[in-house]
Design a binder for this molecule. Structure first.
Ligand code: IMP
Length: 179
């Protein structure tokens, strides 16, 4: 796998440090409202990020999971499909939606809309990575780990056809791997 990586963008240590900062910013907001957030991770890519982030919270949180897909290979299809739904109701809840990366913004925008349609009180978005150049719909995360250029990245949960998720860092995939 390592031979397929062109460049490491963020090491495990850098991601861990950033998660500490994010968690303290995020929990300050929930301390103000007194809400217990329902931390909703989008499977599968956001699992390592969610795991690192929740360890840093000192407030109680609940965990939930949902699986949606919009990508095939290295291109967004624009069509978001729910593969696995959450097990609990989000009615009246404060939801912290955890995403690995925002690119076109379609996935997160549709999931946020769905949560509000189902009666969520408040939805905040935290994304490990943000590819702002790729945006095709209006959508902003409340908290972002790192902004990145428009390259295809893998590792720390992110995959190319289900591979590379277990790399402990985020790196740019060599173009020859997918072209
Ligand atoms: P969006 O709907 O275009 O914002 O896409 C978000 C989803 O696409 C993410 O949850 C990822 O699964 C996937 N994705 C977008 N960019 C990348 C990338 O560079 N590497 C791996 N997956 C990506």
């Amino acid at each position: 796998m390592l031979n397929d990586i062109k460049e490491v963008l963020f090491s495990e240590e850098e991601i861990s440090e950033r998660c500490k900062e994010l968690a303290s910013e995020i929990e300050a907001c929930y301390k103000e409202t007194g809400a217990t957030p329902l931390v909703l991770a989008l499977l599968k890519g956001s699992i390592p990020f969610m795991a690192e982030l929740i360890k840093r919270f000192t407030i109680p949180v609940e965990l939930e999971f949902m699986s949606v897909s919009s990508y095939s290979g290295v291109a967004s299809t624009g069509d978001v499909k729910i593969n696995k739904d959450m097990d609990v109701s989000c009615r009246g809840r404060s939801i912290l939606l955890v995403e690995d990366i925002i690119d076109t913004g379609r996935t997160i925008k549709q999931v946020v809309q769905l949560l509000y349609d189902r009666g969520a009180e408040d939805v905040k978005i935290v994304a490990l990575l943000d590819k702002k150049e790729g945006r095709v719909v209006e959508c902003e995360a409340d908290y972002v780990g790192f902004d990145i250029p428009n390259a295809f990245v893998v590792g720390y949960g992110l995959d190319y056809n289900q591979k590379y998720r277990n790399l402990p860092f985020v790196g740019v995939l060599k173009e020859e791997v997918y072209s």
